[in-house]
Design a protein around this ligand. Structure first.
Ligand SMILES: *Cc1c(COP(=O)(O)O)cnc(C)c1O
Length: 387
């Protein structure tokens, strides 16, 4: 009887003994914050992604905020992202006093549509209302078409922040997501459902030393100890100056230690996700479902495995799966349909591809420690509820 088995969550972190040892080592032997684990973690992230600079922060949400600040986003500016994302992708612009707008998704990749972006940029250029930055999101771990997006951004002199919260461990062509090969700044998340975890946490990656200095400034109270950045002479070794209005967005060393041990296992986690995804692709192919696309240019990090129903009522299928102990979920309620964004002037019908995707989307369980038996239960349940 399936109901007697433990429910299978849609996502789950994986912790083992070396993660525990890594954190305990900090508790026993090191500084809890502002010690050596944070810089070690930042260096390891650079080594992994090949980006030149990294700043560990307490969440990707904080990371997106400081990314916008570092690019000078402020009142009067416009930032574009996609409706098919978590609200943090849009809120970062609002935190800076800028306004936000959206580019709809491509129904096949479920990522920012390059064609719609090109069209919207042409129109915005004619009206003199180009965005300061665009924030593409690598939805479910599948990279956006970053070469094309980057070419458009260069043409119109628009900055790019990659919301790579889903993407760490994935690739676009021969670059790792987070490398900043095709963007100004990339932001990673280490929330427990993402590809690796620090409990809460994120990182802001860039290849620009100037942007990196600004990111670090805004993430650490706007305070500098670097004489070159100071407005007047140094009083002594204790001296610091606050030169911007910054925040305390630091990651702790406890978290960075967990990040270091998790990062060692990241490729293994991704390989497990990839194998499970391949099994879903195989065993779900005969059901009335639209499965994720496989793009030969990208190696997905498989953060989420998302189905689209083809005519079945989503609420009914959702409830029937939950009754069978399968932790399904829905990603995402289009941001522009949230009451807060409706108050800013957005309406139903503004971004039809994202709205249609939302109507039929269903996320099914996928996480590194998922067993073939777990997965067979999910496949069996889908066969039953779609029959
Ligand atoms: C999870 C997520 C975020 C926010 O990440 P936190 O680390 O939880 O702040 C931002 N954008 C996307 C697309 C996400 O999925």
């Amino acid at each position: 009887m399936p109901s007697k088995l433990d429910p299978i969550p849609y996502g789950k972190h994986h912790i083992d003994q070396d993660d525990i040892d890594s954190v305990v080592d900090v508790l026993l032997n090191r500084f809890l914050t502002q010690g050596d684990r944070v810089p070690a973690f930042e260096n390891a992230l650079c080594e992994y992604t090949k980006a030149k600079f990294s700043t560990a922060v307490n969440s990707a949400t904080s990371g997106l905020h400081v990314a916008c600040l570092a690019l000078g986003v402020g009142p009067g500016d416009i930032v574009w992202t996609v409706p098919n994302s978590f609200v943090a992708s849009a809120n970062c612009a609002l935190y800076c006093g800028a306004s936000v707008d959206f580019v709809d998704i491509d129904p096949v990749t479920r990522n920012m549509s390059v064609d719609l972006l090109a069209e919207k940029l042409t129109n915005a250029a004619q009206k003199g209302v180009l965005p300061k930055a665009i924030i593409p999101v690598h939805f479910s771990g599948l990279s956006c078409q970053m070469d094309q997006i980057s070419a458009l951004a260069k043409q119109y002199e628009v900055k790019i922040i990659e919301d790579a919260a889903h993407g760490l461990g994935g690739r676009f062509k021969d670059t790792k997501i987070g490398s900043c090969e095709y963007c100004d700044i990339a932001v990673l998340s280490f929330h427990p459902v993402k590809s690796m975890t620090t409990a809460e946490g994120g990182a802001v990656m860039t290849n620009s030393p100037k942007l990196d200095a600004k990111i670090k400034l805004f993430a650490k109270h706007g305070i500098t100890k670097d004489p070159a950045q100071m407005k007047s002479e140094v009083h002594g070794p204790w001296y610091y100056q606050q030169i911007e209005l910054g925040y305390n967005y630091r990651l702790s060393d406890l978290q960075a230690a967990l990040g270091l041990s998790q990062l060692n296992k990241l490729d293994e986690f991704i390989a497990k996700r990839r194998n499970l995804a391949a099994r879903y692709q195989q065993f779900l192919s005969d059901l009335p479902l639209t499965l994720p696309t496989i793009d030969a240019n990208c190696k997905s990090a498989w953060h989420l495995y998302m189905l689209e129903l083809q005519g079945h009522d989503r609420k009914e299928i959702y409830d029937a799966m939950v009754m069978r102990g399968i932790g399904v979920n829905v990603h995402y309620i289009p941001i522009h349909l949230q009451p807060y964004f409706q108050n800013l002037g957005f309406s139903t019908g503004d971004f039809p591809n994202s709205e249609k995707f939302y109507k039929n989307a269903l996320t099914i369980p996928l996480f590194p420690s998922m067993t073939a038996d777990d997965q067979d239960r999910v496949i069996q349940a889908l066969n039953e509820v779609l029959a």
